[in-house]
Design a binder for this molecule. Sequence first.
Ligand code: PEP
Ligand code: MG
Length: 430
Amino acid sequence: MFAKELIPSDTASLQATKISAFVTQTGGGTSHAALIARAKGIPYVASVDMEIIKNAKGKCVIVDGLTGDIIVNPSNLTLEKYERLRTRLTQQYQQLENDRHLCAETLDGYPLSLYANVNTASDIDSVHHHGAQGIGLFRSEFLFMQDPTLFFDEERQYLIYHQMLKRAKGLPLTFRVLDLGGDKCFDIFEEMAKEPNPVLGCRGIRFLLRRTDVFKTQLRAILRAGHGYALRILFPLISDIHEFHEVKRIIKEAKEELKARHISYHEQPLLGCMLEVPSAVLIADTLAQESDFLALGTNDLIQYTLGIDRSNPGMSDFYYPTHPGVIRMIKMTILEAKRFQKPVTICGEIASNPLFTPLLIGLGVQNFSCAPRFIPIIKRTVRRLSLLDCCDIAEHILTLRTSAEIASYLAERLHGSAGQTTFKCDFEEV
Ligand code: PEP
Ligand code: MG
């Protein structure tokens, strides 16, 4: 599919079996549209000059999501090369899947938990298939992209959430409440219409605290669905403890409303804050004290720490997941959460990238959450590492001063260099 731009609802509604690739003129690598395409295994190449490929219509086109190459009218030789590559990647992936029954533990027996990020109700089935230990992040807003009337329909939301909990078959399911705004704007809400800068505007919890009607409808549906299940609710883009106090007050009201209607609901769900802006990390101690669990949303944490729009392909050169500042923030969050004995899950895209696995383990991360199809590769990576090596790697990285040095050190450790303990990861899609 060729398009000027992809919005998250486009990728959310399409199936990998029907769409072989996306090629767009705009759109960043960690935009929501891109990460959904990635979760579904659909190659996606952005920042393409449509003028150059305007004659591609009706022709055979190869889209190489690994290199970003687009080949129009490939020769037979090129076609065969890509057929071989596709067969090899499929075989490698199948081998990884054979390990799904093994536990995620390092060579020296340090156990980790691997959870799944899901974006649709039907993704829950792949959670079981890929051997995840639960759902660390359900991005609930994607449900509403096909049908915005659902925002105001508690009954239908309740039925969907209840179905999901049933399909999770006892695995923990973390409902992230609506994270609207930014690149997920809805025309029906005037709060997010014509914002001068949507990413810094009425997004995540800010929107929900302004539209308590929408927020409470979702909360009531979740609380009802969660009755009798282990219920976890996560709140996006918290930047001040006051917002979390407001969240708790609104939950109390939602419960009272259900009680008045004589409807049963979950009395004591676990409540978590997403740390996605630097201010949240700087008050991680307070947030840890007042929540049941924390989630580090590094996609946004990188965006807001570096001040770089994650959806802008023109700026993607400046989007540094290995920035020393970001790594220090992860470390700080883990230390504060440990101090108050609260679990932290890392659920940004770096959790699905084996390059980061040893660093994250060395920093003390114990819970990873990523798209289900990346769980096998992360499990394989974990099983080839030792905690001791991971701590060494993290310690060394904390002495490095640039994103580039850190990135090349991680790559060196992943792919190997003379005289160093390395770990091998034999899946090419890294
Ligand atoms: C994140 O920001 O890292 C995250 C997991 O949330 P999302 O990608 O949906 O913004
Ligand atoms: Mg986020």
